[in-house]
Write a protein that binds this ligand. Structure first.
Ligand code: CP
Length: 313
């Protein structure tokens, strides 16, 4: 089975069938990273530009590794190392890159909609690696893969997303993704960090974390995004820690086998206690491992590859 779209811009417009194709392909790709020689020829001759106009560790590194493991040629550009610094527009930048004959642009940008804007104007496939507070589709897909690996299935699972929902593209993509896969999604945040009318997305909303935590299969902790806060949304970090930090004491109210997730980077001791981040319930590093497999799957499928045709060693 294959994916018919040119680009991967968000989860909102993906069908459950398309998500399943990506997850099935990623499960096959995961095995390639376990081999002695972690390289296959599926993207040989293809060129990828990773255009990161915001900081990244996990997403940039895992796209770069995915491209190398698929034998693509790739380069990385950032705003501080490109002519954006001299005033060149985003559109001029990508048109100049396309003039050099490229097949993919992987873009992270602070403006919501930037990947959609360039996708309409380029023949190359565009992959959204995070656009402002809008979407982070590859994060949600690696989260689904990690949950499937840990729980077997996602259908009917109760997932609580906690923290800075207001500024979180990860939350938005995960709400779409989890609901499409049949999970029950709840959110918990201080009222100032909860988007207005978010319950219209079909989620339950909590203010009290100790109430929200009960009976959940998964607690997905979000980073407090200090860089996107315009000020005044949190009286103090000390109060946030007191009321919302996921600590071992707080976790006693949760199910015994609750799963803890976080997209990274973690503000240790603010949204997540280090004992929980590194504890037995945490699958945070499995999420990172699965990031490479998911990004390999997306690059492979968008280049015309078919799920089920990835060769075993
Ligand atoms: N989760 C995530 O997007 O991490 P980076 O910002 O390090 O890429």
């Amino acid at each position: 089975m294959e994916i018919k779209t040119k680009d991967l811009l968000g989860i909102e417009n993906l069908s459950r069938r398309e998500i399943n194709i990506i997850l099935d392909t990623a499960e096959t790709m995961r095995e390639i990273s376990e081999r002695a020689i972690r390289k296959v020829p599926y993207l040989r001759g293809k060129t990828v530009v990773n255009l990161f106009f915001e900081a990244s560790t996990r997403t940039l590194a895992s796209f770069s590794l995915a491209e190398k493991r698929l034998s693509a040629d790739s380069i990385n550009l950032s705003s501080s190392s490109s002519s954006v610094l001299k005033g060149e527009t985003l559109l001029d930048t990508v048109r100049n890159l396309e003039a050099m004959k490229i097949d993919f642009v992987v873009i992270r940008h602070s403006m919501a909609g930037a990947p959609h804007f360039i996708a309409k104007r380029l023949k190359a496939s565009v992959i959204n690696a995070g656009d402002g507070t809008h979407e982070h589709p590859t994060q949600a897909l690696l989260d689904l893969l990690s949950l499937k690996e840990r729980l077997g299935s996602i259908e009917g699972r109760k997932v609580l997303i906690v923290g800075d929902v207001m500024h979180s593209r990860v939350a938005r993509s995960n709400i779409w993704a989890l609901k499409k896969m049949g999970a029950e999604v709840s959110l918990c945040a201080p009222p100032t960090l909860m988007p207005y009318k978010i319950e219209n997305m079909g989620v339950e909303v909590f203010i009290d974390i100790d109430e929200a935590i009960e009976e959940k299969d998964v607690i997905y902790v979000l980073r407090i995004q200090k860089e996107r806060q315009k000020g005044g949304l949190l009286p103090s970090l000390r109060e946030y820690i007191e009321l919302y930090c996921i600590t071992p004491e707080r976790l006693k109210r949760a199910k015994k086998d609750v799963v803890i997730m976080h997209p990274g980077p973690i503000n240790r001791g603010i949204e997540l206690d280090p004992r929980v981040a590194d504890g037995e319930h945490s699958i945070i590093l499995e999420q990172v491992t699965n990031g490479v497999a998911v990004r390999m799957a997306i690059l492979y499928l968008l280049s015309g590859g078919k799920s089920g045709e990835v060769a075993e060693e």
